[in-house]
Design a protein around this ligand. Structure first.
Ligand code: HEM
Length: 162
């Protein structure tokens, strides 16, 4: 009798060893339904840090300091002018014409309507007294001439009056 029971137990044990397990049953116990799966937060991805471009450091040893341009002093303008014969001689052109008449200096540079034409031009920078008188000019000519008076020969006048 014991032998029979022993054999039965062996058979039962053996049959338990070969009992196949339905995999779906295992899945039900192991796997969690999808809808119940807790949603995990997506990993936080930090944006890349953009480093602004930087200008290369300046080597101050290679940079020459700016050189200030030379300061040119303004031309000095004399405040006064001496009406000497030498000074008059410097104005011997038609457009820059000074003449001496009876001891006075005249700037006739702007006199462009001489009825006698350019006959007076050779006297620019010189004394024209003799030539002017020889022509026998009228008092009208005298008045025109007096309008160009600068001063007497040897007199010092302000440069602004020229
Ligand atoms: C720069 C100062 C001069 C002035 C302001 C001047 C002015 C005049 C004027 C106003 C006249 C018209 C006639 C009269 O009103 O007498 C005239 C005529 C004349 N001038 Fe002069 N004159 C000047 C210099 C000279 C000189 C230096 C000469 C000689 C080289 C000269 C020769 C003449 C001649 C030949 C005429 C006559 C023209 C004609 O009859 O058609 N002038 N002048």
């Amino acid at each position: 009798m014991r032998a029979i029971i022993f054999v039965l137990l062996l058979l039962i044990g053996a049959s338990g060893c070969i009992v196949s397990v339905d995999p779906r049953a295992l899945d039900e116990t192991v796997n969690v339904p999808v809808e119940n799966t807790p949603v995990e937060n997506p990993p936080v991805v930090n944006p890349p840090v953009v480093v602004p471009p930087t200008t290369p450091p300046v080597d101050t040893n290679l940079v020459t300091p700016p050189v200030a341009p030379p300061v040119t002093p303004p031309p000095t303008v004399p405040a006064t002018i001496l009406l000497s014969k030498t000074q008059v001689a410097a104005y011997s052109a038609k457009k820059d014409c000074w003449v001496i008449y009876s001891g006075s200096v005249y700037n006739v540079s702007s006199y462009t309507s001489h009825p006698g034409g350019n006959v007076y031009v050779p006297y620019c920078g010189k004394d024209m007294t003799k030539a002017f008188n020889q022509q026998g000019h009228s008092t009208k000519a005298d008045k025109i001439l007096s309008g160009f008076l600068l001063g007497k020969v040897g007199e010092t006048i302000p440069a602004s009056s020229v």
